[in-house]
Design a protein around this ligand. Structure first.
Ligand SMILES: Nc1ncnc2c1ncn2[C@@H]1O[C@H](COP(=O)(O)OP(=O)(O)O)[C@@H](O)[C@H]1O
Ligand SMILES: [Mg+2]
Length: 509
């Protein structure tokens, strides 16, 4: 018996003349020739993915049908050798919770961003819901943030844009039926950065300990803001000046006298009180006499005076006039009208808005909708000096308590480091500030900046190249660092979002 007969039984592959046919010959060498199907092949089932493709392809002309399945190379190795042979290949995708951002290029799946969800589940070592977004102009920072906010709205998140310096968020607000609040010279809107906010409501009914707790929060925020603003005028706030400010704030609100409600205080009130100190204040702030206090606080008074009388006069020195609708999906405070006044004015405006925004989000009711606070151009605040940096630092630290997603945006890390001399305290705080953001989104950068970024964030060479090569290939591409994990993500916008986020429109026109 031949080998073939032994295998397949007699008569199975006998040809026309009784000999063995081609298929028997091929089978001797381990190949199976396909037999001609008796009935025509059923069409492949169609599905939402465009129809399933059979193993050998569709059997029709030009459809790439193959008579035998394509051979697959097979490799065998241990799991500790695999990452050496194929580095940076797909890790598990992030869970599909939160806003759908786009395509995760390594896993080939969808990438979702959910900073609060990640913090709660401790995903990949995420410890806070803050995000920092870096990228040179035109890389798609603002588009990414806008689409993220829009998509989080589906989960009940509200967005507060604290200082839209280029009126970029306006189309999005208008599409949601919300008019942004514009602040600028000649406009009626006023923001009082010394607004006590919702923490002061119902003050008369608070227990002594609750009033004390809230007063500590309010006064420390005001103190931080005033020190930041004074610092921006080049006046260093020593302990005696800090002491005088603390005392004045308590006296002006009526807190020192145990008043049943907190009186509204504005920056001009503080300035006038320092200019005309009464005996109680001089004594409490531990100055020898009135002249001693006036001499010691001269630079402080001048600094406050220049804020009240300078080019920002009439913007941040009166009770708040805008009525913020906290139930609206988005609220935006535009500072674009300050642009002609220069970066310092915008920085001061942003610092004032930050302090006010903190007051407004301080007393988030338990169970109220979470908020995304967008601080575009955050670095302009940081240029004001060490106290302004400390104030921003404080805001980021509070995000865990308030359940806010704080987003800070900058072009490059060195923007944040312009705050002081290398090695200074301000620079040290600014460096740490980046680490207060567990999620970092690094859009495209040129190679020189990529090196800085890699140095600051401890990126591997491969991760750095994703930022300087792959991410520069198209807007919206970014390396997302989520806790300890990194993802290559290309953001995708829908047709309706493109209309709201296209900032090249102006150039085209
Ligand atoms: N994911 C994306 N896909 C395609 N184009 C995008 C994407 N994101 C942004 N763009 C385009 O890139 C341009 C710059 O975007 P923008 O968000 O204003 O950048 P940036 O804020 O970094 O300066 C816009 O015209 C926008 O339409
Ligand atoms: Mg932008």
């Amino acid at each position: 018996m031949t080998r073939s007969n032994r295998r397949h039984g007699p008569g199975r592959h006998l040809g026309r003349h009784g000999g063995r046919d081609l298929s028997a010959l091929a089978e001797d060498f381990g190949h199976h020739l396909p037999s001609l199907p008796s009935a025509p092949m059923a069409p492949a089932p169609t599905s939402m993915f465009g129809g399933l493709i059979p193993l050998r392809g569709h059997r029709r002309a030009g459809a790439g049908w193959a008579p035998v399945p394509a051979p697959l190379p097979v490799w065998q190795m241990t799991s500790d050798q695999t990452p050496g042979v194929w580095p940076l290949i797909a890790s598990d995708a992030m869970p599909a919770t939160g806003a759908l951002v786009g395509i995760d290029w390594l896993s080939g799946g969808a990438f979702h961003a959910d900073p609060i969800g990640w913090t709660l589940s401790g995903e990949a070592g995420v410890t806070n819901p803050n995000m920092s977004v870096f990228g040179s102009p035109g890389r798609g920072k603002s588009s990414l943030i806008k689409t993220f906010c829009l998509r989080m709205m589906a989960y009940g998140y509200r967005t507060l844009v604290l200082g839209d310096v280029k009126d970029e968020y306006e189309p999005m607000c208008r599409a949601l039926g919300v008019a942004p609040h514009a602040i600028g010279p000649g406009l009626p809107a006023r923001i009082n950065p010394l607004d006590a906010g919702p923490l002061a409501t119902g003050w008369e009914n608070l227990t002594a300990s609750e009033a004390q707790r809230r007063a500590a929060i309010i006064f420390s925020r005001w103190q931080m803001l005033l020190q930041g603003l004074i610092g921006s005028q080049g006046v260093v706030c020593g302990p005696s000046i800090a002491n005088a400010i603390a005392h004045i704030l308590r006296q002006l609100t009526g807190y020192t006298d145990g008043s049943t409600h907190l009186r509204e205080v504005t920056i001009p009130h503080v300035w006038h009180a320092l200019d005309n100190p009464d005996d109680a204040m001089i004594h409490a702030a531990r100055y020898r006499n009135r002249q001693h206090m006036l001499d010691e606080t001269r630079s402080l008074r001048d600094a406050l005076g220049s804020l009240v009388k300078g080019h920002l006069a009439g913007l941040f020195d009166a009770p708040t006039t805008i009525d913020v609708d906290w139930d609206a999906p988005v609220q935006s405070l535009s500072l674009a009208r300050l642009e002609p006044l220069g970066d310092e004015a915008i920085g001061i405006g942003l610092a004032a808005l930050n302090s006010w925004g903190r007051a407004m989000t301080d007393a988030a009711e338990p169970g109220s909708a979470p908020m995304i606070v967008v601080r575009d151009e955050a670095w302009k605040v940081m240029r004001l000096g060490v106290d302004a940096v400390k104030a921003l630092d404080g805001d980021l630290r509070l995000s865990r308590r308030d359940g806010c997603v704080q987003i800070i945006v900058a072009h490059k890390p060195s923007d944040l480091l312009t705050v002081g001399d290398a090695g200074s305290q301000a620079v040290a705080i600014a460096r740490d500030l980046i680490h207060l953001c567990s999620t970092k989104v690094l859009l495209g950068q040129d190679e020189r900046i990529g090196e800085d970024l890699a140095g600051m964030l401890g990126l591997s060479l491969m991760a750095e190249q994703v930022v300087t090569h792959w991410a520069t290939g198209a807007p919206g591409r970014a390396l997302w660092i989520v806790g300890q994990r990194a993802f290559k993500v290309a953001a995708v916008r829908s047709a309706s979002e493109i209309v709201l986020t296209d900032t090249n429109e102006a150039i085209r026109r």
